[in-house]
Design a protein around this ligand. Structure first.
Ligand code: DGJ
Length: 346
């Protein structure tokens, strides 16, 4: 009996020790490391937008592509503690367009070739070329006075980089500042670029996506932040006025084909609202099993605290060929069905 008791005791000791250690370690961890933030279920336009690690998303002036079931969001990384001699592009991934995982800074660049001094890398957009299996990134590259007015290209074999710089040039020989991306329903990629003397172009890419080769249209309007969507057989283009970082009334136009003819531009929201403090960046089409939803993706810039710049994402309303950006408020998206609900309006 005594022998059996002894064995039980030492077995118990053997068991209790690891349990105790585990409990102490867990307690210590809970005291020292920040809690994993809860999964988001609501878009909150204009608020701090935490990624899955709880950090405000740094993907300003960005672009989004979908590879199978995963969305990748590339944008200007404007975090507070970056090395000022570099320019950075961040990459995030998500399955639902709401909960984003930071995949890293996929570009970290010193000024290329003869570009010197303070310089600018803005509005990165990535296209995936299924033939070459390359991810091709376009961005606006410039000097501080915005006189260079070129696009730069960087390439990667994987969506989450690293991207290697290739070249810079003026697309179709024209000035190019803000750029936008549009991928039509048949998969054809287009670069939208603002050409100050003339207007804005929607232009086709070469087969390897490494060049801009075909002007589909030159919309003779002076607009930045160009974004396009093809919704129910009509093309919509949105752009902002030229007021730098300050918001202005963004406008839209429609056309039956990318070549036009484009209608006169009209306000997307009451003009006095100044696009609710935002600037257009991209239009994301979510084709669900029940509904197709188009999301207006806008930037709310804070020029002197860029790391705190916010995002205004709202589903657009379409009625009889007219488009409207509704009053920003919390909303939910069912990524499978494409349906949108407003939790505060029950
Ligand atoms: C407006 C553009 O849309 C931004 O991307 C940026 O270039 C600012 N101008 C700079 O003033």
């Amino acid at each position: 009996m005594a022998i059996i008791f002894k064995i039980r005791t030492s077995r118990n000791r053997l068991l209790i020790l690891p349990i105790l250690c585990f409990a102490v370690l867990n307690y210590t961890e809970a005291q020292t490391s920040p809690r994993q933030p809860a999964k988001l279920d609501t878009f909150r336009p204009g608020e701090v937008w935490p990624d899955v690690d709880g950090n405000h998303i740094q993907a300003h002036g960005g672009g989004i592509i979908k590879i199978r079931k995963t969305y990748y969001w590339y944008g200007e990384q404007r975090g507070k503690d970056l090395d000022p001699q570099y320019r950075y592009v961040s990459c995030y991934s998500s399955k639902d367009l709401l909960n984003w995982k930071f995949m890293g800074n996929v570009v970290k660049m010193l000024p290329p070739d003869s570009l010197t001094g303070r310089w600018v890398l803005e509005r990165p957009k990535v296209f995936y070329n299924a033939t070459t299996k390359k991810y091709v990134m376009y961005f606006h590259i410039d000097d501080r006075q915005y006189k260079v007015a070129q696009v730069g290209i960087a390439v990667s074999d994987k969506p989450d980089g690293e991207f290697s710089y290739v070249k810079r040039f003026r697309p179709l020989g024209q000035e190019s500042r803000d750029i936008g991306q549009f991928i039509d329903d048949d998969g054809t990629p287009y670069l939208v670029f603002e050409d100050r003397p003339n207007g804005f172009h929607i232009a086709g890419l070469s087969d390897d996506y490494m060049d801009v080769v075909k002007d589909m249209t030159l919309v003779k309007a002076h607009m930045e932040g160009g974004a396009i969507v093809n919704y129910e057989g009509l093309y919509y283009s949105i752009g902002s006025g030229l007021t730098g970082w300050k918001p202005n009334p963004n406008k839209y136009s429609t056309a039956p084909t990318l070549e036009g003819p484009w209608t006169e531009f009209k306000d997307i929201a009451p003009p006095e609202a100044n696009t609710y403090g935002s600037q257009s960046t991209m239009l994301i089409k979510v084709v669900g099993t029940k509904k197709t939803t188009v999301i207006y993706m806008g930037d709310m810039w804070k020029p002197s605290t860029q790391w705190d710049s916010r995002y205004l994402w709202m589903p657009l309303e379409f009625i009889d060929g007219k488009l409207r950006l509704p009053q920003p408020r919390p909303w939910k998206l069912n990524i499978k069905t494409g349906e949108v609900t407003f939790p505060d309006e029950k």
